[in-house]
Structures are given as C-alpha cells and as structure tokens.
Ligand binder design. Structure first.
Ligand SMILES: O=C(O)CCC(=O)C(=O)O
Length: 309
C-alpha cells in the first residue's frame, strides 16, 4: 500500500526550497539555475588523478575493515565520526566551495555512505526521495555524490528524474524481501516523471542533488566495481524532527550560530565503528527518538505505523 509519510509522528516541512544566490563563487549562475530547475548539477571536477587514486585506496582500506568484521559492501555508512580520512574528506575545501554556493556559509554534515556496488552486484537502489527517509526538517539537504570509480550505465550509475523535486512528496512502498534492494523505499511507476538521466562521471568527479529529487540505481551488470560516496550537507537550521539529547554533526564550514549542533571532533585515526544495532520496529508515531545520525533504513527495517486511510 502506498505510504505518504515515513515519519508520521514528526512535523516536517518537505518541499523544494529554491536557491537564491545571485553571486555564486564556484558554481556558475547557470548551474544554480539548473539546480533549481532540474534538481541536480554534474559533473563537477573535484580530484585530480593522484588524489583520486588516494581516495580509492582509502576506501579500499575502509572496505577491508568492514569485510574483516563480517560486514557487507554497503556497510561503510556513517563512519565519518570514527575515521579521520573520511572526516577530512567531508571538510575538503574544494568540495565545500561548491556546496557553499547552494547551502550557504554554515555547512553541517550528519550523514555519509559509500554505495559500493561490487562487479555483477544484483542489488537495486529503488527510486526514492532522500528527504522522505530522514527524520530531519526542513528538506534542505544537498547530497554530494563523489565518484570513487568510473561510473556509467553499465556498472549501475545513479539515475535522476529531472524536475521531480517540484512534485512534492511522492508516495512510496516499502521494499519487499523479493525485491533485493539496498534501501527500503520504492516509488513505483517512475515513467510518470519522464526519462531518468544517468549520472555518468569519471572517478574524482562530483554530482550534487537536492533531497526532494526522485532517483535510484540499477544492478551492476558489469565486471567493474561502481563505488560512490554520498556526503549529505545542510544548513544548521535543518534539525531532527524529534527531541535528540545530543545532536552531533561535523560542522564542516562556518558555525552553527544557534548552538543546536554539537561538533563531532576530528577522529585521531581510522577506527572501525561499532556494529549498528539490528533494525527494530519503530515505536508509535510521536514517540520516536532518533538515537544517532539518521541513515537510510536498510532493508529489513520495519515500516512505521501509518495513520488510518
Ligand atoms: O549510489 C547510488 O546508487 C544511490 C545513491 C542514493 O540513493 C543517494 O545518493 O541518495
């Protein structure tokens, strides 16, 4: 049954907030206009060849840590509070320069996730709007998707529906066991939103998309890995929809003048984070306290109760 709200107990403001930046410094006015009109910008150059190889080697190390701990290829999720290299990547000035033109001078990050599709990986990231998953509001989060490997249609590039961010909240269904999904939400009948655009990029390039844009990715039918790192950036006014004892974030640039977000310190090394708790059924609407940074609920999470139709 289609679901309208993944967090029915929270008062969230979910809609696209157009960017007003008459004098961007690192993006062009045309790129800002495209972000408003189509919901994304790509490709942007981020790393040269040497830096890209270093980033790939770094991810290979994190993935080896995950694998040795018995975790899977999507498990490097939310490691920025424990891993110095990832923390530093979130704070990379060249990336923040692009992001600042959209988010503004104060930039907060509470989510990172490497989506690493193995060669011939049959998992699908079903069509979804990011903002629907997260218990935060308002929907002003921008995702930087950094290509760690070369990415094309054959190895399962992310695909975006241009302009779908203007369609408000789109009802979704929870992914079933038969559906072999990476995440747990699925918007059906995407043809309603036109033709998707594939985010084909060279390793070291970057794309930006708004959290209201409908997107996803297909299985990797190639013999090549397809890894991309998502870093979610937002202005400090974006907050948890529920009361959280200690809202912690990387304050990547500027400050949080309100003092709501408490700064995550730069980690001293690259340490394996504790295994996240197994997905649990959510308590009734209104009584849910987010214990840590929101991540995409993995497959297996119980859907929250829905109000009667
Ligand atoms: O990398 C992918 O395949 C999907 C990423 C995604 O869904 C996202 O960035 O929100």
């Amino acid at each position: 049954m289609p679901v309208l709200d993944a967090h029915p107990g929270m008062a969230r403001e979910l809609r696209f907030f157009p960017i007003h930046n008459p004098s961007p410094r690192h993006l062009t006015p045309a790129q800002i206009a495209q972000f408003n009109d189509r919901g994304y910008i790509f490709p942007l150059d981020l790393f040269d060849e040497e830096e890209t190889s270093a980033q790939r080697a770094y991810f290979d190390r994190l993935l080896a840590m995950a694998t040795e701990a018995g975790r899977d290829n999507y498990a490097v999720n939310g490691w920025h509070s424990h891993c110095r290299g990832l923390y530093d990547l979130v704070c990379h000035p060249r990336m923040l320069d692009y992001v600042e033109d959209i988010v503004g001078p104060d930039i907060i990050c509470i989510m990172t996730h490497y989506f690493s599709k193995n060669p011939t990986d049959s998992k699908t990231v079903y069509w979804h709007q990011d903002a629907q998953f997260w218990g935060i509001t308002p929907s002003k989060v921008v995702t930087a998707w950094i290509a760690i490997d070369d990415v094309d249609r054959a190895n399962g590039a992310m695909q975006l529906f241009p302009g779908s961010h203007h369609r408000g909240v789109i009802p979704f269904e929870y992914v079933t066991d038969q559906e072999n999904g990476v995440l747990n939400e699925h918007v059906h009948d995407p043809e309603r939103f036109g033709e998707p655009v594939a985010v084909e990029m060279r390793a070291g390039q970057l794309s930006l998309h708004t959290d209201m844009l409908l997107h996803g990715s297909m299985p990797n039918n190639s013999g090549r890995r397809r890894c991309g790192l998502t870093v979610r950036y937002m202005p400090p006014e974006v907050r948890y929809g529920d009361k959280v004892a200690e809202p912690r974030a990387i304050i990547a640039r500027g400050s949080d003048p309100s003092g709501y977000w408490q700064a995550v310190p730069r980690p001293e090394s690259d340490a394996l984070p504790p295994q996240p708790p197994p997905p649990q059924p959510r308590p009734p609407a209104g009584g849910f306290c987010v214990p840590g940074p929101p991540t995409f609920p993995p497959r297996g999470s119980a859907p929250p109760p829905q109000p009667p139709a």
